[in-house]
Write a protein of this length. Structure first.
Length: 396
């Protein structure tokens, strides 16, 4: 009886590492329906909710971030890697893993260390234009490297042998037909007839800067019937944002009675978007951060964007990500400090009034490998699973 393929994926921290890992798991299931797929992460990140919700088992290890801001605690990193790597090796043995994948971010490093300890083949995927510290380290422990963007090669040890596969995205986005889904999407979000839609998407937990700018824009455009702002706030900011939107519709901050009679709200706030295919189908323009997953989704779906890179991203990698689209003419790049309601009004207003310009921006996006990335990475993983294992010693 054939033993099912067992793959362990290291992914955690933020959605930018977790969602590509889930897209890979989805592709592996398509290629090998009986595959046993599980994840390694920590107790700190979004993996504790996103991975079980997607139907996969999550094993947690004790690991600390690769972050200079830890101060003296950064000297604990070698010990933390050894401890968490040993924990990961135990998981790999229990799962009878044949191959290990690291999707980047500090929760994935123990999986690659554990693979090295166990003598298992491993592969990393670097999603950003400028690699993070975890993958810069992990690249030294495996011969098998994959990247989303060609530019990442120069920043990785052994990067010349890296394979560009693109960024794994969900199948629902890889094959998205925006025009075919648009009417269903407008009904799902309750978009008024004739209104153009601007989607504000701040990432997994929302972004205070984007939400504040969107609320200001809603106040500025109060009562307009030709525009609708769909604002993803994250759960924590939802109630406050909705109250501010009521005040914006009323035309007076702190107005106690809600919107003026007859004034249609120009904006709505939602805590999260569980159907990104509907969100991209309904949007005429997106205002968002520039995580690598978002860049890949925009490039693949052809949605024009105003990109506001997170200014504290390690190595300023979101700005480098954003330039992939802005240099192609598919997006505007606006620094975080300049992202105000007034600045966005100057950019977004003329774009919404010029559908032809939006269409040109949408066509300028180069989907590259992203639509096929999950399948390409899955092919690499399955090929590596057939390699013999050899136990090796590991020294951090």
């Amino acid at each position: 009886m054939r033993t099912p393929l067992s793959v362990v994926i290291g992914a955690g921290g933020t959605g930018g590492h977790i969602y590509p890992g889930l897209a890979l798991a989805e592709a592996l299931r398509r290629a090998a329906p009986d595959a046993v797929i599980s994840f390694i992460g920590t107790e700190r990140g979004l993996e504790t909710t996103l991975i079980p919700a997607a139907g996969y088992r999550l094993h947690t290890v004790d690991m600390i971030p690769f972050d200079p801001a830890l101060g003296a605690k950064r000297f604990l990193l070698p010990a933390a890697l050894l401890r968490s790597g040993a924990q990961a090796r135990s998981v790999l043995r229990t799962q009878k893993a044949r191959v290990v994948v690291g999707m980047g971010g500090y929760p994935s490093a123990p999986a690659i260390v554990g693979a090295k300890m166990a003598g298992l083949p491993s592969v990393i995927h670097e999603s950003n234009a400028v690699p993070g510290r975890a993958n810069q380290f992990a690249a030294r422990l495996t011969e098998h490297l994959t990247v989303a963007f060609d530019g990442s090669r120069a920043h990785l040890s052994g990067g010349e042998r890296a394979r560009t596969v693109g960024m794994p995205i969900a199948a629902s986005l890889a094959a998205l037909d925006r025009p075919a889904l648009r009417e269903e999407a407008r009904r799902a979000f309750g978009i008024p007839e004739g209104a153009r839609v601007v989607l504000f998407n701040g990432g997994s937990l929302g972004a205070a800067r984007l939400t504040a700018a969107a609320v200001g824009l809603a106040a500025r455009w109060r009562g307009r019937g030709d525009v609708h702002l769909l604002i993803k706030t994250g759960p924590a900011a939802l109630a406050e944002t909705r109250q501010k939107l009521i005040q914006a519709a009323a035309g007076t901050a702190g107005h106690p009675h809600g919107p003026d009679a007859g004034v249609r709200p120009v904006a709505q706030a939602v805590p999260y978007l569980d159907r990104m295919d509907l969100a991209y189908a309904v949007a005429d323009l997106v205002v968002c951060r520039a995580g690598s997953a978002t860049i890949a989704e925009l490039a693949t779906t052809g949605v024009p964007a105003v990109l506001v890179p997170y200014p504290h991203a390690p190595g300023d990698h979101q700005t480098h990500n954003a330039r992939v689209l802005s240099d192609a003419g598919a997006a505007y790049l606006v620094p975080d400090a300049e992202t105000t309601a007034d600045r966005l009004a100057d950019i977004v207003g003329p774009l919404l009034a010029d559908p032809a310009r939006l269409a040109v921006m949408g066509r300028a996006a180069d989907p590259g490998h992203h639509a096929r990335a999950a399948d390409l990475l899955a092919e690499t993983v399955i090929r590596l699973a057939g390699q013999p294992t050899t136990a090796r010693e590991f020294t951090p």
